[in-house]
Design a protein around this ligand. Structure first.
Ligand code: AMP
Length: 481
């Protein structure tokens, strides 16, 4: 459960693109972004081209707060890209909101990026020395600046050049005034899918749930290192850089993705439910009266745990779905209220019971202790915690903002110490083998670096130290247009 209590560890972003002449592409992008809202709740934007000019609207807040009827109807065109952002590099300010746009010899270019680059600081330094001026503190600008400053003859070649220079995780959509180009890093760390709308239009989205929402059919995932071009002639693809492997982020299955999305053909909900089955085998909680989830991300695993253990499933806490960081400033007082505002315990379910509480992960360990305390105050006599992923020990440099190992509780404590720290009667984490079995894809097709420390892309030389790496002072916001 992402919480207002934990303002620094973030989700990643969502990207969406559509090429559909004759359709209301801005509205389609709006619906697409609405279904990707869980991937980023800090800001969002849509850029649209009508063949002459790229127009865009971006702001801080939720998709529904940013786009009203008037704005959507003013964004006319045949192609659109959109982005929902949760800052991973660069702070949460208007200037860093995506899509970003710049002029180039290929005309106006807009870009939306999900993921984190590990060598953006080096590239930015080199480019600044060559006279390139950066406007944002966001690593995605490195990509658009390489493209804009490229000497290549075509934008496809400029993007290929960018792909050979940037290292890290990226699923990117680039829009010129007449085409949409999508590309994915050579490991395929961040997800990106292609869909078809009304038989002849194309859509690209971080998750297949966005395709379902707008009634598009899933075609396939963009392959690692692949470049996909959609314009009036339809869809073309090319292998822009060699595939280095398949290393989709395992946390997409554990936490990020919406349960109705599919990745590698596996529905996230089913994978999470199987994680619950595996967890029940590995860490049964014999004698417990009920199993309940920390909603929503813990829900499918709790269902699975109940099925596997034959302990009845119940709702132990009710979640207020309307709490978002965008309208609650996470000051200290709010943080203290945070858990109670988001979750309310159901005394009737909990009182006098030995309970199994299932959640998807413990990252910093700040939330769960408060939840356990709340469950006990509601009358539970024993609280057995089951986590549907292994201990999160290693920082992620590819788009999840957990770059500081000191913050990760499992990097500093063993399971027994964590159990004591959070105040649980027992604590069981799913093993990595169990997790991979539950997902149902081979381990060598996943990036599990946060769990086993095996980083598919070497991070030793260039990894950023902080998400504010490009910021000397707090920058001033710029406006929409
Ligand atoms: P904590 O251990 O307090 O850092 O928070 C763990 C909770 O945050 C779990 O309930 C997860 O569902 C959720 N979570 C896991 N990873 C992330 C992330 N990258 N961003 C936001 N919430 C997360």
């Amino acid at each position: 459960m992402a919480d207002i209590d934990r303002p620094e560890i973030s989700e990643e972003c969502g990207v969406f693109g559509v090429v559909a002449p004759g359709e209301d592409v801005a509205r389609i992008a709006f619906f697409g972004l609405f279904s990707l809202q869980h991937r980023g709740q800090e800001s969002a934007g849509i850029a649209v081209t009508d063949g002459q000019k790229i127009r865009m609207h971006r702001d801080m807040g939720l998709v529904t707060q940013i786009f009203q009827e008037e704005t959507l109807s003013s964004l006319t065109g045949h192609t659109a890209i959109g982005h929902t952002r949760y800052s991973t590099t660069g702070s949460s300010i208007l200037r860093n909101v995506q899509p970003m746009r710049c002029d180039s010899k290929f005309g106006e270019v807009a870009l939306a990026h999900n993921g984190d680059l590990i060598n953006s600081a080096t590239l930015r330094e080199e480019m600044t020395a060559q006279g390139v001026e950066f406007e944002t503190t966001n690593d995605s600008e490195v990509i658009i600046q390489i493209i804009a400053n490229s000497k290549a003859a075509t934008i496809e070649d400029a993007i290929k050049e960018a792909m050979t220079e940037i290292r890290g995780a990226y699923a990117v959509l680039v829009m010129t005034k007449d085409k949409l180009i999508a590309f994915r890093d050579p490991y395929g760390i961040r997800p990106l899918s292609i869909g078809k709308l009304n038989g002849n239009h194309y859509v690209l989205a971080s998750e297949t749930c966005a395709l379902n929402t707008i009634g598009a059919q899933f075609i396939r995932e963009v392959e690692p290192g692949e470049l996909v071009i959609v314009d009036e002639n339809g869809l073309r693809e090319m292998q822009a850089v060699p595939v280095c492997g398949h290393a989709l982020c395992v946390f997409e299955y554990v936490y990020f993705a919406r349960p109705d999305s599919q990745m590698y053909g596996k529905t996230i909900h089913e994978a999470r439910r199987r994680m619950g089955h595996e967890l029940a085998k590995e860490h049964p909680a014999r004698g417990a009266h009920i199993v309940f989830p920390i909603p929503n991300t813990g829900t499918p695993a709790a269902i699975g745990f109940a099925e596997g253990s034959r302990i009845p499933y119940a709702e132990g806490v009710i979640k207020n779905h309307y709490i978002h960081r965008t309208f609650i400033a996470p000051d200290q007082r709010m943080r203290e209220m945070g858990v109670r505002m988001k979750l309310t315990p159901l005394k009737e379910t909990l009182a006098g019971r030995r309970v199994v509480m299932v959640d998807d992960s413990i990252v910093r360990g700040t939330t769960i202790g408060k939840q356990i305390k709340m469950i006990r105050e509601a009358g539970a006599v024993e609280v057995h915690v089951r986590i549907s992923s292994p201990p999160y020990r290693h920082p992620c440099f590819y788009g999840i903002d957990t770059a500081n190992q000191n913050e990760l509780i499992a990097a500093n404590m063993n399971v027994e110490e964590i159990r004591r720290h959070i105040g649980a009667d027992s604590l069981g984490y799913l093993s990595l083998a169990g997790l991979v079995r539950a997902i149902g894809v081979k381990k060598d097709k996943l990036c599990c670096a946060c769990l086993d420390g095996k980083y598919p892309i070497d991070i030793s030389k260039e990894a950023k130290l902080s998400k504010f790496v490009f910021e000397e002072k707090e920058p001033v916001a710029s406006a929409n247009e």
